[in-house]
Each structure stands twice: as structure tokens, then as C-alpha cells.
Design a protein around this ligand. Structure first.
Ligand code: GLU
Length: 482
């Protein structure tokens, strides 16, 4: 049978990384086997409905590339399935359960139910309406008395298998006769969920592990209706950096916030995949199509996963490196143009130099901000053990470099020629090449790290500016040594 999965969000708030992970895993389970992925909005609990939450869900799925395959609307474009638009489909199923004795009408009002609450405010229904004679029920229904429909939970034990958590069994006595249809005629969330999973032929249900405890109730409903139970894949708990469960009501960051901060959609998707799933090899960087290939539900872990901003940042940098250059250029140019105003600068070159060095595209600006004006720096920057240099050696290195560079014609002022020139000058003066290049790099950028090497910097800045900065470096060292 073809795999069919669904992402079934309740639009009660923004979409956080845990929600995205559920959507993604549902998508991957389906697509790994060429199956069908659908979107269903579970909005029957109108009190908790947050306007705009649904729109945000559509938008996030679009941006992250998790496209759903079908929905109401013949011939497409499909809309998602929306439970509040299907409300007439639930009552007949509940009535069928009443006919077979697996559910019953309950007329107990709020006051009575409140009175059943224990000292913790937890009410457990005492089945007062379970044995009502049929005529009485009919009379009360006919008189328009408000009612709910409750599921009758039989005695015994309910067991189910979960792909991640294994075999689970619970005593039915721990379950209440839950409401299936509310007094306003709307189905409860749990009931609509099961009816729709069946109606939509869902084969695999992936959702947060907080649903593990409700699953026996769902299983009993499937059995009562003689429906096939889907494969359950419960996902490990997701914690925020403070060690609390990630929640849209806890003020945890939304996927939209992460995108606004400069995380690429493909990085967020990649990172969400790693929150509870381990790829088989060492590689952790995947595009969505690569995830579809590699994803195996059997590699989902039971242990809670913790959101780690540092790791997400690393994943983002890796995805920036893999962006097609044109795409990176398009994204980086506004930042580079803002950071560098020197006429004649080759912005494409700056983009080239920065692409593999940033965790966020916007960070490219800070890498090139020395071009317009040399930042003030400490002479200590000239000390570098591996490069065998310190301010004194650097002074000589700079003097030798200035002599060599002064003689270089402008038409040959390019990285390769300059590199050959300085290598030769080092050799002739009996110094290591690094003892020229490190000081030159430092004097030109004024920074402990630059997006390219010494002679590339010379090319970038041009002859006049290069010599000016190198001479300033010489003066600076002399001033500090004196
Ligand atoms: N509507 C539920 C939620 O937003 C989804 C539960 C499920 O996937 O079955 O958490």
C-alpha cells in the first residue's frame, strides 16, 4: 500500500522548530517511499484558534519546501483539509458508535461535572448517563436538551506498537469515557483526528511523544469502528536551551523568527531533521531531496533532543557554502554595498571571498569593513608564533615588502605576480615567506583575520592604498617600539 502521511497542526500559535520537525518527518516518511503527504488543519477547538496562525503555517511550509500533495478542490491548486469545514462528517461516525454500544449520549451539565472534580480540580466522569434507558434518551433528545457523546471505554488493557518507543500497554481503567462530540455539535480534537486519519487513508502518524498517552484512546476508537490502525511514530521530546519543553506558548523562537535572524530555510530544515534522527554516515549536511533519500524512521531516537543555536549556526554556514555563487551574490550584495563604498571595488570578488567564511550572509559586511578605512589595531597583531613573526620581525618584513612592491608596475598588480614577487623578496632577504606575508596581511586589514591572503589584499586595495597602509604599519611599529 502506498504510504500516506499528514501534518496535522492546530493553528493555535506560531510554528516552532518542533512543529516543523513533525511536518518534516511526516513529509520524509512519505517521500522516502514515494508516498503522499497531506496537510490538515485541526481547528475544531475554536476557542484556542489564533488568527493568522494558519496563514503562518502555510507560509512556513511553502518557504521550507514541504509541499503537500492533495486536498479538497478538484484539479488543484489544492487547499489543505480543514476540519471546521468538515464538521458534518463527524456526528454520523459518533452515531454509528452509539448504535454498536461503543458510545453513549451524556446529558450531565457543567455544574454536575464540576462537582466531580477531585482536590486537584481533575474531574473524571462517573458514567451516570451510561445506562440511561433508550426511551429516556430519545425523550431528552427530542426536547432539545443539550448533550455530548462519550466514548465507552471497555475493561481490560490496550496495547499498541510504536516505531520509536516499542510496545506500550496501559490499563483501560486509567482512561476516562472521553467526549467525542461536544454540546455545540463539534467533534473533540481527539475524535476528529481519528475520523480524519481514517477518512484520509493515513498509514503513518508521526507526532510528538506527548501524544503517546492519548494513543490507547485512539486505538480503542479504531477498534470500535473496525478500522485499520495506522503505524505510530512518536517523536522524542524537544527541549529548548534552558532544558524546558519547546512550546509555542513559552515564548520559544518561531521558525519565522529564525528565518528573520538570517538562517536559510534549507539550514533550518536540515537542522530540524537532526533533532531526533541520526544519519547513518558522518555527514550531517543535507538538502531536502538528500534528506528524502537518507531518512529512515528506524534511526529516530527516543532520547530528548535539545535545540542548540550553535549547531544550527554551523549548519547555516555549511549551507551558505553550498549555495550557488549567483544566489549567494544576490543575497550578499546589499550588505557588501552598504559596508564598502570605495569606488571601483569589485563586489563580486568580495562575495567570492566571503562565501565560505560566514555563518550568516549578513556577516560578510564585517569581513570587508577594513576596505574603506583601516581600523585602528594593536601592534601585538604582528605577533604570530606559527608565522614566526613579532613586531620587530614584522618591521623588517614590511620594509622588504614595500621595497619590492614599489618597483612593481601597476599592470602586473595582481595576486599571482605579487605573490611571486614577495616570495622572491623573502628569499633574497633571507626571511621566511610568512614573515613578509603575515605582516603585510595585518598592515592592510588591521584585523586578526581577513577574508583572503596578503597578496589578494594588495590586489584588492590597489598599489597606492597598499603602499600607504604598509608605510603606516611601519610607522606604527616604530612608534610602539620606541
Ligand atoms: N493537532 C495536533 C497538534 O497540533 C497534531 C496531533 C497529531 O499529529 O495527531 O499537535
Amino acid at each position: 500500500m502506498r504510504i500516506r502521511t499528514r501534518y496535522a497542526p492546530s493553528p493555535t500559535g506560531f510554528m516552532h522548530i518542533g512543529n516543523l520537525r513533525s511536518a518534516l518527518y511526516e513529509y520524509l516518511i512519505a517521500k522516502h517511499d514515494d508516498g503522499v503527504f497531506i496537510l490538515r488543519l485541526e481547528d475544531t477547538d475554536q476557542n484556542r484558534y489564533v488568527d493568522a496562525a494558519a496563514d503562518a503555517i502555510f507560509e512556513m511550509l511553502k518557504i521550507t519546501g514541504l509541499a503537500y500533495d492533495e486536498g479538497p478542490g478538484v484539479g488543484g491548486p489544492y487547499g489543505p483539509y480543514i476540519q471546521s469545514e468538515r464538521k458534518d462528517d463527524y456526528l454520523p461516525v459518533a452515531e454509528k458508535l452509539i448504535e454498536s454500544g461503543k458510545a453513549y449520549y451524556c446529558f450531565c451539565d457543567k455544574e454536575r461535572l464540576d462537582a466531580l472534580s477531585d482536590e486537584h480540580g481533575v474531574a473524571r466522569y462517573d458514567r451516570r448517563c451510561l445506562g440511561l434507558p433508550a426511551e429516556e434518551v430519545q425523550k431528552r433528545l427530542a426536547s432539545g436538551e443539550p448533550y455530548v457523546i462519550r466514548q465507552w471505554i471497555p475493561e481490560g488493557k490496550t496495547a499498541f506498537h510504536d516505531e520509536v518507543y516499542g510496545d506500550i500497554a496501559i490499563e483501560n481503567s486509567e482512561m476516562e469515557d472521553q467526549i467525542l462530540i461536544k454540546s455545540d455539535g463539534m467533534p473533540t480534537y481527539n475524535f476528529a483526528n481519528v475520523v480524519d486519519d481514517h477518512a484520509m487513508n493515513i498509514t503513518h502518524v508521526a507526532r510528538g511523544s506527548e501524544y503517546l498517552t492519548s494513543t490507547p484512546k485512539y486505538k480503542l476508537l479504531y477498534e470500535a469502528l473496525d478500522w485499520e490502525v495506522p503505524v505510530y511514530v512518536h517523536l522524542p521530546l524537544m527541549l529548548n536551551e534552558e532544558g524546558h519543553k519547546i512550546s509555542k506558548r513559552q515564548g520559544d523562537m518561531s521558525v519565522a523568527d529564525l528565518l528573520k535572524m538570517g538562517f536559510l530555510p534549507e539550514a533550518v530544515v536540515n537542522y530540524a531533521a537532526l533533532l531526533g534522527w541520526s544519519p547513518e554516515g558522518n555527514n550531517e549536511i543535507f538538502t531536502l531531496p538528500e534528506l528524502v533519500e537518507a531518512f529512515e524512521p528506524k534511526n529516530i531516537s527516543k532520547s530528548p533532543s535539545t535545540f542548540d543555536m550553535k549547531k544550527l549556526t554551523w549548519v547555516n554556514g555549511e549551507h551558505i557554502k553550498r549555495l550557488p555563487f549567483e544566489k549567494y551574490c544576490e543575497m550578499a550584495l546589499p550588505f557588501l554595498r552598504e559596508a564598502v563604498k570605495t569606488p571601483g571595488v569589485d563586489y563580486k570578488k568580495l562575495a567570492e571571498m566571503t562565501q565560505s567564511r560566514v555563518s550568516f550572509v549578513k556577516d560578510c559586511a564585517a569581513l570587508v569593513d577594513f576596505i574603506d578605512a583601516l581600523p585602528d589595531y594593536e601592534t601585538e597583531l604582528y605577533t604570530h608564533k606559527k608565522m614566526k613573526t613579532n613586531p620587530e620581525i614584522a618591521l623588517r618584513g614590511l620594509e622588504v615588502s614595500v621595497d619590492a612592491l614599489e618597483a612593481q608596475e601597476e599592470p602586473g598588480w595582481d595576486n599571482d605576480s605579487l605573490f611571486a614577487l614577495l616570495s622572491k623578496a623573502a628569499e633574497t632577504s633571507g626571511m621566511a615567506r610568512s614573515q613578509l606575508l603575515w605582516p603585510v596581511r595585518t598592515a592592510l586589514s588591521g584585523k586578526p583575520a581577513s577574508p583572503c591572503g596578503a597578496t589578494e589584499l594588495c590586489e584588492l586595495l590597489g598599489k597606492a592604498e597598499t603602499l600607504k597602509r604598509l608605510r603606516a604599519g611601519i610607522e606604527k611599529i616604530k612608534g610602539s617600539v620606541a
